[in-house]
Ligand binder design. Structure first.
Ligand code: Z5A
Length: 212
């Protein structure tokens, strides 16, 4: 399931618990790469702007109820509806910084008790990231950051389960950054691993698909 390509952009995914700093770091990384003259875009999942995304947003805000399997498939569909655009952008040389991806899908749904292999199945065939960065913070420390909002998963007990799910998903290719360091120190470490990855992609590393 490999495809050949040359001088393409990199697919960079940021993962982690709620409030680990993904949004802050995506913004900083985007600004840095853009200023360095790279073609770069900042994406996030769920993408709440699509029809599917609006259903997800309403569920997260507790405005609608859905079976756990059904919401899992919607999160996955939300990635599938962006797949061809993602491939187009990467092949045309644009690097994508993506705040949450399939790993969030599997980590959050399996934390509810759904079978992990069942959770992975609808993600098969999506583009595999060139780099997954896990911003590592304990659920307790994350909860101290300004408190949680009102969204469905923003509860300490549930975040503890999600942390456990992420642990079982992590593999040696993931880059783990201590998210309790200062924003500037996290930013510096993130830049290093991202620039390394971008060089590998520019040199012609082929795009591949989930799950490797
Ligand atoms: N979900 C799912 O179930 N299935 C899926 O397939 C996908 C997602 C894709 C919505 O996500 C929910 O959907 C999410 C997973 C689930 N539920 N939860 N939990 P979202 O993207 O809308 O929400 P979020 O990812 O949880 O984002 P967030 O709350 O915006 O957190 P963040 O982006 O990781 O953190 P932040 O906004 O950058 O920072 C949080 C605060 O900490 C802020 O005040 C910062 O100034 C501060 N901060 C950041 N870094 C630091 C450092 N280094 N030191 C001190 N303070 C810091």
């Amino acid at each position: 399931n490999k495809e050949s390509s040359s001088s393409r952009g990199a697919l960079i995914v940021l993962e982690g618990l709620d409030r680990c700093g993904k949004t802050s770091q995506s913004g900083r990384l985007y600004k840095y790469l853009d200023e360095q003259g790279h073609s770069v875009e900042s994406w996030r999942f769920p993408d709440r702007n699509t029809g599917v995304g609006q259903m997800i947003s309403s569920y997260l805000a507790n405005k609608s109820q859905l079976d756990d399997h059904a919401i899992h498939l919607l999160f996955s569909a939300n990635r599938w509806e962006k797949r061809s655009l993602m491939e187009e952008k990467l092949k045309s040389g644009t690097t994508l910084i993506v705040d949450r991806y399939s790993y969030s899908g599997v980590a959050f749904s399996s934390a509810k008790g759904l079978d992990i292999e069942w959770c992975k199945a609808p993600e098969i065939g999506l583009l595999a990231p060139d780099l997954v960065v896990y911003l590592d913070i304990s659920p307790e420390k994350a909860a101290e950051r300004g408190g949680y909002g009102d969204e469905r998963y923003e509860q300490l007990e549930f975040q503890k389960k999600v942390a456990g799910s992420y642990l079982s998903l992590r593999d040696s290719s993931w880059k783990v950054i201590d998210a309790t360091l200062s924003i500037e120190d996290v930013e510096k470490k993130l830049r290093e691993v991202v620039l390394d990855c971008m060089i590998t992609c520019h040199k012609g590393k082929p795009l591949s698909q989930l799950w490797p």
